[in-house]
Design a protein around this ligand. Structure first.
Ligand code: SAM
Length: 244
């Protein structure tokens, strides 16, 4: 079972930097009521619901894993929010060109072929549309062997951590002008106690889910891989505007 299918089974998704980084990203995107917004790789839909509730945007979520898209849709419905979520591949989005005012992605583009994935984002954005993302970058020097080990461990086709400069170059070459490229100091930027608690609650649920899936003999290896995530990488926030 791949990492994404496993996330779908556990029903919880998370991203580097936790909830504090999500709030910062959405604040930087300057969301306005009734704008049409898309969360690319929306997972279980926590950010999707928050964006709709807090900023009044009309939201669309897409995720490759049908059970995650269903969870996101259920979350919107239960809260009576305007929007929907569907199972779709970011590489071939089922939307016309120039549809969305704003798009974002949290911990998704490390898994995707670049720059093609960014070109698809640029295609569905309206002229001057905004795209923001939270992605992994190297804490110090690049560790290519970490990417390959993690790719194999997660059972995914691609896992590429880039330097901030490499991310910026990819975005720029896809027609997305970079306005903010901020490397965070750590995986747990300062946030209130309740947000910190909610991140830890989700992490615990993921941890228990993982422990149930992985044979005991692999627990040590899994723990080392997760420790390396914190040791070698930090999250970064990028905010871009479509060039024309
Ligand atoms: C680490 S999770 C992050 C989920 C969510 N953004 C969050 O922060 O909670 C990565 C997500 O990207 C989704 N994903 C990966 N490749 C995708 C693709 N090609 N198209 C759509 N979603 C994809 C996975 O199914 C998974 O839900």
């Amino acid at each position: 079972m791949s990492f994404f299918q496993w996330l779908g089974q556990v029903g919880v998704t998370l991203h580097p930097g936790g909830w504090g980084t999500t709030e910062k990203l959405l604040a930087l995107l300057n969301l306005k009521p009734n704008e049409l917004a898309i969360d690319l790789g929306c997972g279980s839909g926590r950010t999707l619901a928050y964006a709709s509730e807090k900023f009044g945007v009309k939201v669309v979520g897409v995720d490759l894993v049908p059970s995650l898209a269903s969870r996101a849709l259920k979350r919107l419905k239960e809260k009576g929010l305007i929007g929907f979520a569907i199972a779709a591949d970011i590489m071939v989005l089922p939307f016309q060109s120039e549809t969305f005012h704003v798009a974002w992605a949290e911990s998704v583009f490390v898994f995707l072929p670049k720059p093609d994935a960014f070109s698809e984002v640029a295609r569905i954005l309206k002229p001057k549309g905004r795209f923001g993302m939270i992605e992994l970058t190297w804490r110090n020097e690049p560790r290519p062997e970490y990417c390959e080990q993690t790719r194999q461990f997660l059972g995914v086709q691609r896992y590429e951590v880039l330097t901030v400069q490499e991310w910026v170059a990819m975005l720029e070459s896809s027609g997305l002008g970079v306005e903010v490229a901020e490397k965070m100091q750590s995986h747990a930027p300062h946030s209130s106690f309740s947000k910190w608690l909610s991140d830890w609650w989700d992490l615990m649920r993921l941890g228990f889910g993982l422990a149930k899936q992985v044979p005991i003999s692999k627990w040590g290896e899994g723990a080392r891989k997760i420790a390396n995530l914190f040791r070698y990488t930090v999250p970064a926030i990028f905010v871009t505007v479509k060039k024309n």
